[in-house]
Write a protein that binds this ligand. Structure first.
Ligand code: SAM
Length: 316
């Protein structure tokens, strides 16, 4: 059941989108003094080596965070012409780096003070890095190896009772922390979608969580792949938020076409993950303008072909 290992994907374009949104959201939530609880329902191993075996084999970070870091030094290349795009990717060569991207890269830099991104922080470490002493972090991870690694990585922080690592089903039991005593929480749902039922479980979880704690901020990552469940998820989340009378925000980033390609030897090749989205319920009001500036630059700088594009939508 658990073949997914995030170490192969750490720092890829999906992580760039997810972690840029996560940091921008947290920055806003942490402006208020009252304690914040962050619940990470699918935590992963917490910390990754981009020069290690896993990430080295997949090379996905090279097309993600490492590309952004390299681009920061050089002027951005002219944007690819996006065709049937929700938004065309406009040339951004002259534009300074958008605030949300600069902030994301500054957090990556905090883990790599000598430069580069040899160490890539997953969501647990990004969150812990930003939290204050009186905030709390609840981490759920089911994969036996990743849960052990997460435990060991978190133990090194000596954060005591601030962080709880639970080797439990995030979908099944994370709602027990809602609402937290301070009634301020961010819930990140970042499943691997290895099994089709993950899509439905995300919806069920979000519905149950909203019932328990209607004012929490919920951030859901999902892959944009040719699969009906993936296609329907943002639409169903929109319906859920709208029926609950809650504001929502939906951001997507596409880096390449989702079409199958054929190699010169006639083999059919899958494109790998071409795009992903972040759906937020009760997003901070500051997020949309930050993403409006960041997404065109991400689409331009992480483009792998002329189909690179982005979308940003909100309601409620
Ligand atoms: N959120 C992490 C980050 O941003 O660095 C990455 C998480 S990864 C995409 C998804 C993780 O969820 C995997 O490590 C997988 O083992 C774990 N997982 C899968 N099903 C789970 C479940 N039902 N409960 C908790 N963890 C689960």
């Amino acid at each position: 059941m658990f073949s997914y290992r995030h170490a192969f994907h750490a720092g890829n374009h999906a992580d760039v989108l997810k972690h840029t949104v996560l940091i921008a959201t947290l920055d806003h939530l942490l402006e208020k003094e009252a304690a914040l609880t962050v619940v990470d329902t699918h935590a992963g191993a917490g910390l990754y080596r981009l020069d290690g075996d896993y990430a080295g084999t997949s090379g996905e970070a090279a097309e993600g965070v490492l590309r952004l870091l390299a681009d920061k030094k050089a002027p951005a290349s002219p944007a690819p012409a996006a065709k049937s795009a929700t938004k065309k990717v406009a040339p951004e060569a002259e534009a300074p780096l958008a605030d949300a991207i600069a902030r994301y890269l500054s957090v990556i830099h905090d883990f790599n003070p000598k430069g580069g991104a040899r160490i890539y922080p997953g969501s647990p470490f990004i969150v812990q890095h930003l939290l204050r002493d009186h905030d709390k972090l609840k981490l759920f991870e089911l994969h036996p190896t990743d849960a052990r690694t997460l435990d060991a990585n978190i133990a090194q922080l000596e954060a005591g009772r601030q962080i709880a690592v639970l080797r439990e089903d995030g979908f099944g039991s994370a709602t027990k922390f809602l609402p937290p005593p301070s009634r301020r929480a961010l819930v990140l749902m970042d499943p691997s979608y290895e099994i089709k039922s993950d899509y439905g479980r995300v919806l069920d979880f979000a519905a149950e969580a909203l019932k328990r704690f209607a004012t929490g901020t919920y951030a859901i990552w999902y892959p944009i792949i040719p699969r009906p469940e993936a296609h329907d998820l943002p639409r169903r989340l929109k319906t859920l938020a709208t029926k609950a009378g809650k504001p929502w925000l939906h951001a997507t980033l596409t880096v390449k076409s989702s079409k199958l390609t054929t190699t010169p030897t006639g083999e059919t090749q899958r494109p790998g993950l071409p795009a992903s989205g972040m759906f937020l319920i009760n997003p901070p009001y500051t997020l949309k303008p930050l993403l409006a500036a960041a997404l065109p630059q991400l689409a331009e700088r992480l483009a792998q072909d002329r189909h690179a594009t982005f979308s940003l939508d909100s309601g409620g």
